[in-house]
Every structure is written in C-alpha cells, then in structure tokens.
Design a protein around this ligand. Sequence first.
Ligand code: COA
Ligand code: ZN
Length: 307
Amino acid sequence: MRLPDRVIIVEVGPRDGLQNEATPIPTAVKVAFIHKLVEAGLRQIEAASFVNPKVIPQLADAPDVARGLPNSSGATFSALVPNEKGLDRALEAGFQRIAVFTAASDSFTRKNTGMTVDESLAVFEAVVRRATSAGVSVRGYVSTSFVCPYEGEVRKERVREVAERLLALGVDEVAVSDTIGAAGPVEVTRTVEWVLGRVPLTKIALHFHDTYGTALANVLAGLQLGVTTFDASAGGLGGCPFAPGASGNLATEDLVYMLDRMGIVTGVNGRKVVEAADVVARTLGRPLTSAAWRRMRASGGECTVPP
Ligand code: COA
Ligand code: ZN
C-alpha cells in the first residue's frame, strides 16, 4: 500500500460549518475563528458564501467577514458562488478563489439552487470564464456524489460526467462530495477509482460528512487511491439546509490526528484547530462533535491532541 507523504486540508468550517447553524454567529466571532484556523496552519480556507442571503442568512455578512480576513498570511481564502451575481460580490470583496457547486443528482440541485445540474453548469460557464480572466481560480463541487437525500444511490458514471464537465469549464479542482455523509469506504473506492479513470489525481479533492461515523474510513479509501486533498471542518461543524439528515463535516482535528499517526504531513496543528473550534463552540453554547474536542472537555479543558 503506497500512501501519500503529504496531504492538503481544505478547511470549510467558516462556510459549510456555519451555514446551517440556527444560532446567529457575530461577524467578529467568524473572523476570530478564521484567524485561529490560519494560526493552526491551514492554508486553504473557504471563508464565506455569496448566495442569496435570504436563503442562507447565517452567511449574509460575507462582505464584512472578507474585510476581517488576515492579510499576507500565506493562506488562500475562497468563497462559494452560485451565479454571476455571487461572482460580482466575491470579486468586490477581493476573493482570489471561488467555488462553484452543482451535484450528481438533479433533485438535490433543484432544492439547493433551483436549477438542474445542466442548468447550473450553463450558469457556471460565464462564472468560470469571468473569474479566470480576472485571475481568480475556481474549485467545483459535485454534491451528492454517493447518495442523494431525494434520489438514493448515485451512479459513478454520473459523478465522472459532472466532474469532467466542470473541468472542461476551467475549474482547477473538483471536490467529490458526500453531502449527507452516507457513503462507506467501498463506495468511495468504487466511485473515485472510476472518476480517476478520466480525471488526474491532482484535480480531485474529497469532501466527507460524518453522519454515520464513516468519514475517516472514507479518507483512508481516498488515500489508498492516492488522493492528496481532503476537505474538513474544525470541530466537525457543518451541514446543508437542503440535505435532510446530514450532520457535521469530517472534523479537521480528527483528520489531522489520523494523518499525524500515519506519518502523513499536513502542516496543521490539531491542538490549535481545537482551540479555533472552541471559539465557535462558546458562541453556540453547545458541545461540538469532534472526537478531539470531546476529549478536551472530558479532561477538564486540557487539550489532549498531540501538538
Ligand atoms: N447573492 C445575493 N443575492 C442573490 C444572489 C447572490 N449570488 N443570487 C440571487 N440573488 C437574489 C436576487 O437578487 C433576488 O433578490 P430579490 O428577492 O431581492 O429580488 C433573489 O435572490 C432571487 O433571485 P433569482 O435569480 O430568482 O434566484 P433564485 O431564487 O432562483 O435562487 C440561488 C437561486 C442559487 C441564488 C439560490 O437558490 C441560492 O442562493 N442557493 C444557495 C443554496 C446554498 O447556499 N446552499 C448551501 C451550499 S451547498
Ligand atoms: Zn459539505
């Protein structure tokens, strides 16, 4: 078994992590959270989304969050964008990277963005062209790559087709995403191996939620195929309001812990990720789900994650 020596973690906590929280989170807390994530060594951070603020009011303060981002930190901050209006807002806020999002099932994209997959790709054509000509790089999500909350099992052929179409538009990375956290490692191997039949390894990221506790096993399946980019969310925060049954994302600190134990370099300090997540936990006033965060609380506030 040949595993990668190094992995890039894309921190999605400030966006995927916070978009579904019922408790309003002050902008200053979001900004402090992001600063702490940078201090923890994260270099790819999805910081905001420029969607219809009436649909996702939790992230309506995206322009203010953008103003609070650390300068010259060495980190790249990205923003989720659904259409040209979102692109205009992200460009105005100064983002150098955006993420567009579609899915491998039409029922999900209809609920999420009011479009079919084909319609969303047609919208992205102009978004990606304008972004790249402005020097802004683009990532693309394929949500519901394994299971759709409305349609059930998703075919691997469909995932590869949507991934290839995103790449043809000019995205530089496709995040194959288990939006509701339903997949297990055998399905991950099957679908990702199929996608890799046409898509280079360097263009694939994997995005897991941990609804049934399978996220780390799914990461291992990805590592065994040679994937080197994984999304995660500090504290295991997260969820999508249009993905019923989904729970939090794979927790960044739990991913860092496992990769550290495997001798795979991430450049991220798990203890500092727990401290970042704790900033949000204090505002939410409820426990977080990551194993590392629970260990910290169980040991009276002492963080037991090795630095
Ligand atoms: N930013 C801010 N406002 C936007 C916007 C954007 N990117 N895109 C559309 N809007 C506004 C329009 O100005 C319009 O405002 P009004 O009601 O004040 O007139 C309203 O949203 C409806 O516009 P329309 O073009 O008809 O969009 P829609 O209602 O078909 O919604 C999306 C399409 C994609 C904008 C909307 O479904 C959305 O924001 N979805 C995001 C879902 C999400 O973030 N899910 C979690 C991530 S997986
Ligand atoms: Zn997600």
